[in-house]
Design a protein around this ligand. Structure first.
Ligand code: NAP
Length: 332
C-alpha cells in the first residue's frame, strides 16, 4: 500500500440551495490503494443535474456537505498497486464525485483514455454526455435503418447521441435553433431542422413520407411534449431525458392511443441499462466515435476554481455551450 498523501483544493456544497452555498476548502486525501489513481484535474465540466441535486429537487439525493463535480479530464500522476493506468495518461470521466478540485482520486476502471484527437476541454465536455447517450441508445432498441428525432441535437447530449446513433446505422433527424444546425450536420445527422424557422412536425413528416419516426429523444419536456408525440410513428417511443422547459405534463393514456398507441418513457440513472462497472468503457467508446467526427465542442465559459459559484450561475442560464472550471489555472 502506498502511504503518500496528497493535498488538494476542492469546491464543496455546504447545504442545499443556490449557487452561493459553494465554498473552497483545503483537504488531505487518503493514500492510494488497490486500483485507485490520482489525477491532476485539467478541466471540470458542469452539468444541469448538479443544479437539481444541489437544490435538493432531484430524485437522487446527496447528503450535505459534499464535494462538487462529477465530470472532468486530466492527467494521471500516481496510482495504487493494482491500477493499470500509467502516470502521464490523459483521461476523462463522469460519475467521479468530488472532482471539482485540483486533484481527484478515482478507480482506474471509472476513467476513459482521452483519444488523441480530443483535448482536455473536449474530454470534460463530452464524457457525461457520452455516458448518457450510450444509455439512451440502449434504452429503446433501434435497428439499423430506423429513423429517429433528436431534439437539442446541437446540445451536449444531443450531439453525442446523434453521432453514436448514426455510427450504428440509425438515421437521425436532428433539431436545433438557428446557426446551431451546422453542429447537427457535423454530428452526422441525415437531416437538420431549424426549430426557429421551420415547422418541426411538417419537416419530420416530409422526411418520413408522413409516417413519423421510431423514437424521439427529448431533453426539453413540457414545451415539446405534444409535438414529440405527434412526431412518432405508430408504436414508436418518446424517450424524455430532461425538463429544460419545466416539469413534464401528466401522461394521458387517451393521448398516447391517439398518437398511435405509442410508448412514453423518462430515462434516468435508475433505468439500470448502464452498470457502474462499465461507465469508463462506455465513455471511452463514445469519445472514440466523437473524435472520429471531429465535432465542434462549443465552450460557453471558463472559470477558475475560486469562481465556482459564478460558474454554476452561468450554467443555470442554459448557455449555448459547455461551462468549464479549470482548477489548476491561476485566477485571471
Ligand atoms: N436523464 C439523464 O440521465 C440525463 C443525463 C444528462 C443530461 N440530462 C438532461 O438532459 C438535458 C440536456 O442536457 P445537455 O447537457 O445536452 O444540455 P444543453 O447542452 O444545454 O443542450 C440542450 C439543448 O436543448 C435545446 N433546447 C433548449 N430549450 C429548448 C426548447 N424550449 N425547445 C426545444 N429545444 C430546446 C437547445 O438547443 P437548440 O436551441 O439549438 O434547439 C439546447 O442546446 C438537461 O435537462 C440535463 O439535465 C439527463
Amino acid at each position: 500500500m502506498r502511504t503518500e498523501r496528497f493535498n488538494r483544493r476542492v469546491a464543496w456544497v455546504r447545504e442545499p440551495g443556490g449557487t452561493d452555498v459553494h465554498e473552497i476548502r483545503a483537504e488531505t486525501l487518503p493514500p492510494l490503494t488497490h486500483d485507485a489513481v490520482l489525477v491532476r484535474v485539467e478541466a471540470v465540466g458542469l452539468n444541469h443535474v448538479e443544479t437539481l441535486v444541489r437544490r435538493g429537487t432531484y430524485a437522487v439525493k446527496i447528503p450535505c456537505p459534499y464535494a462538487a463535480g462529477i465530470e472532468g479530464s486530466g492527467v494521471v500522476i500516481d496510482r495504487g498497486p493494482d491500477a493499470d493506468l500509467e502516470p502521464g495518461t490523459r483521461v476523462a470521466w463522469t460519475a467521479v464525485f468530488g472532482c471539482c478540485a485540483t486533484v481527484v482520486i478515482a478507480p482506474a476502471s471509472r476513467l476513459a483514455r482521452l483519444p488523441d484527437g480530443l483535448d482536455f476541454e473536449a474530454g470534460a465536455s463530452l464524457s457525461h454526455a457520452g455516458m448518457t447517450a450510450a444509455g439512451l441508445a440502449r434504452h429503446w432498441p433501434l435497428a439499423a435503418g430506423a429513423t429517429v428525432v433528436v431534439w437539442g441535437a446541437a446540445g451536449g447530449v444531443g450531439q453525442v447521441l446523434t453521432a453514436l446513433l448514426e455510427s450504428r446505422g440509425v438515421r437521425v433527424i436532428g433539431i436545433a435553433s438557428g446557426e446551431r444546425v451546422a453542429a447537427v450536420r457535423a454530428a452526422g445527422a441525415a437531416c437538420a431542422v431549424d426549430r426557429t424557422r421551420e415547422n418541426v412536425l411538417q419537416a419530420v413528416r416530409d422526411q418520413t413520407n408522413g409516417r413519423g419516426v421510431a423514437a424521439v429523444f427529448d431533453p426539453v419536456g413540457s414545451a415539446t411534449y405534444r409535438t414529440s408525440l405527434g412526431l412518432l410513428a405508430p408504436r414508436g417511443c418518446l424517450v424524455n431525458y430532461g425538463q429544460l422547459s419545466g416539469s413534464l405534463p401528466d401522461v394521458d393514456l387517451e393521448d398516447v392511443m391517439e398518437a398511435g398507441s405509442v410508448f412514453v418513457t423518462k430515462y434516468g440513472p435508475k433505468a439500470g441499462v448502464v452498470g457502474q462497472h462499465e461507465i469508463g468503457s462506455l465513455v471511452a467508446e463514445t469519445l472514440q466515435v466523437v473524435a472520429a467526427r471531429s465535432l465542434p465542442v462549443p465552450i460557453a465559459g471558463r472559470f477558475p476554481l475560486e469562481q465556482v459559484a459564478e460558474a454554476y450561475r452561468a450554467l443555470e442560464a442554459v448557455p449555448p455551450g459547455k461551462i468549464l472550471i479549470l482548477p489548476n489555472q491561476p485566477v485571471g
